[in-house]
Design a protein around this ligand. Sequence first.
Ligand SMILES: Nc1nc2c(ncn2[C@@H]2O[C@H](COP(=O)(O)OP(=O)(O)OP(=O)(O)O)[C@@H](O)[C@H]2O)c(=O)[nH]1
Ligand SMILES: [Mg+2]
Length: 460
Amino acid sequence: MNHSLAGWDDTIVALATAPGIAAIAVIRLSGNNAIAIANELFPSKNLVQQASHTLHVGLLKSSTEVLDEVVISLYKGPRSYTGEDVVEVSCHGSPFIQEKIIQAFIAQGARLAKPGEFTLRAFLNGKMDLTQAEAVADLIASNTEASRKTALQNIRGGFSNELKELREQLIQFSALIELELDFSQEDVEFADRTRLKELITVLQNVIYRLLQSFRLGNVIKNGVQVAIIGKPNAGKSTLLNALLNENRAIVSDIAGTTRDTIEEVLNINGVLFRLIDTAGIRQHTTDVIESIGVARSMEKMHAADVVLYLFDVNDTTNEQLTDTINELDAAGVQYILVGNKTDGLNASTVQQQYAGNEIVFIAARNNTGIDALKTTLLQRSLSGDINTEDTIVTNARHVAALQQLQTTLADVAEGMQHNIPGDLLAIDIRRCLHYLGEITGEITNEDQLDYIFSKFCIGK
Ligand SMILES: Nc1nc2c(ncn2[C@@H]2O[C@H](COP(=O)(O)OP(=O)(O)OP(=O)(O)O)[C@@H](O)[C@H]2O)c(=O)[nH]1
Ligand SMILES: [Mg+2]
């Protein structure tokens, strides 16, 4: 492991709880001098002599004044979050006190931690691998039940455990093949080719499943972008309001009411949907602002994961709808057709009108059909249930490495089909090992670590 990161030996300090007023705030120190530094400010006891995993109540004092009455938790390395000596000071949660205590620790020789530095140290000290460290950031950022569960699963090592064992088996093969190369004159095979082929197939299946899970992972982590698109007056803003169950957007019978896009978040069964109400699309408008709005609607339509295409069943023929479907297909967007304003109409007559097309019928103004529409949205976005027992890839960095791994595995498989010589096989297997190691962090570089941990908050 590369330990050459600057400031690695420093003792670091940061506020671990959210800034602002609270009943209690926690300030965390980590490093070789953490306990000695805390001890300098804690006259009532000698903390250096206390056992790990113990609590100590007392006054915290700088040379001149009492700072606060606090509770100190001691964790001696390696049995701590970072693997180093860690001191957590629970103080009264005034921002003024928090700042004074941090400054007092800095005066004793601690340095303010960089974003994610506690977790970086945990990673460098082997307390967790890279996917687990990344899951810590995901867990802190999680805002739904589903994102919390997947992050927690990954912190426990769900993802990396799947890959670790396969990596170890591959390392064994790689070692045997390299050994063959030492005996190349004698034409021996230490590495059983049939078993290697089996292992490659297993790996290919695992990688395929993990890559497939990313679509779901992305939905869980980032939510689903849903653009509500349609002609002016179709009832798009009414639908937005009905989905949100509040009067968020202005509704009127004047065509062209919505000028700019409006975005709101909706949680359906633990999945976040980012709903975007757009300006109604009509081809020929002389109104400059409206035409800018239309351009923006088109943009949102292309960026969306799912488009709700809304039309008024009272003034849309099946032929017109077919033209729209052709346009949507040509644009390559995922869409759900929604027929609005069915109130006062006979359900089966309306359905016959659009025979052959799959449509969700609603009356947005009366809240009719909204629950069914939500269910359709959920099904379409998840294509199956969220089973958080399964490993779900949520991280774009992992996807990139998995894709490279997939390509390299295909090279190995093809090479073996053609019985390529061991030295060439060894090169491809080494590349596989490289990508596998990149995911879990056995192979990393400083830039990559900087990038990953800079996205954390300070104090984590
Ligand atoms: N009868 C009936 N009228 C509806 C329904 N939904 C919306 N409307 C009416 O249709 C008109 C237009 O509704 P909006 O929600 O403003 O339509 P929009 O698609 O957002 O229109 P723009 O923003 O102009 O593109 C309003 O008078 C609504 O009250 C419905 O389910 N039934
Ligand atoms: Mg509108």
